[in-house]
Design a protein around this ligand. Structure first.
Ligand code: CA
Ligand code: CA
Ligand code: CA
Ligand code: CA
Length: 292
């Protein structure tokens, strides 16, 4: 199919939909209940239960922290301490569109619903559990692991080379934000909020970077920049749900596991390797066969 053409048509529809629904502006309050949700500039922010981790922790690709600063920011790169990203490369690194992939939230028989889904895990003190996610910028770039940390004026895009913007929370309204409550999901490593970015939003970035094949699109490096205010205590970190790359049927969470990646503990990793991995591969192969 002509993917880009489909995307552009859908993008126009989404823009019209967003404009017509009086898209929420300003700060959305997600502090009171699991399942609370709000939309900012076409992306959906939803608080979630702790994800079932077994014994593992989420396998983040960007982790931001500095216990002494109330405002922290960062994007995924292996260049340690770019802005306030954590120095650990295994939790701050390049990632591609194809490695994250897409989910189809309403299944293949219903139009739309195809998103890239991120999971945010926040860590605050019990005494001061609220934190404000005050900016999100998602870019595609041809160059991984950049290190520009120029000071950014409010609303200014991060200075990333060879890049095109996919999504900005603060586009059109600097007061946009999502207020979150650590106490809804006490503890670390299992997630507090999901962010859904519709696939249609990628179209203009693909075009701007000249990525006109599925392979090129899947190979584009994705940067997730975020900024937090009222920060205290431990780090804030992002991972993603596991979707399928462009050209594959998106993962359908109604019938299969598209959950976030976790880091299994060594003993569970062994069990996984001996048994579950084999059946998981069989299931995934079966799914592809079913749909081809
Ligand atoms: Ca669908
Ligand atoms: Ca948490
Ligand atoms: Ca903001
Ligand atoms: Ca924190």
């Amino acid at each position: 199919m002509n993917f880009l053409k489909t995307l552009m048509g859908s993008a126009v529809a989404i823009l019209a939909l967003t404009a017509g629904s009086g898209a929420q502006a300003g700060e959305i309050d997600l502090t009171s209940a699991i399942g609370a949700s709000g939309m900012i500039n076409g992306a959906t922010y939803t608080t979630v239960d702790a994800q079932p981790t077994g014994t593992g922790y989420i396998d983040s690709f960007v982790r931001v922290r500095d216990a002494n600063d109330s405002t922290v920011q960062g994007y995924n790169t292996t260049v340690a301490k770019t802005y306030q990203n954590d120095g650990a490369e295994n939790f701050n690194h390049q990632i591609t569109v194809g490695e994250i992939g897409f989910l189809d939230l309403n299944g293949p028989d219903t139009d739309g619903g195809v998103v890239m889904r991120f999971l945010l895990d926040i860590n605050q003190t019990g005494a001061n559990p609220l934190i404000l996610l005050s900016e999100v910028q998602i870019f595609l770039s041809l160059t991984p692991n950049q290190d520009n940390e120029d000071p950014l004026a409010n609303g200014e895009l991060a200075h990333l080379a060879d890049s095109a913007i996919v999504y900005q929370m603060d586009a059109g309204d600097l007061t946009n934000g999502a207020l979150l409550n650590y106490d809804l999901n006490g503890g670390s490593g299992s997630g507090d909020m999901i962010l859904d970015i519709p696939i249609e939003m990628f179209a203009s970035a693909f075009l701007a970077l000249g990525l006109d094949t599925e392979d090129l699109q899947n190979g584009a490096f994705l940067y997730l920049y975020s900024r937090f205010e009222r920060n205290n205590d431990g780090y804030e970190e992002w991972t993603h749900f596991q979707g399928e790359g462009i050209g594959e049927p998106p993962c359908d969470p109604n019938v299969e596991d598209c959950g976030p990646n976790f880091i299994p503990e060594p003993n569970s990793m062994l069990l996984f390797g001996l048994g579950l991995l084999g059946s998981a591969i069989a299931v995934r192969r079966g799914r592809r066969w079913d749909r081809s």
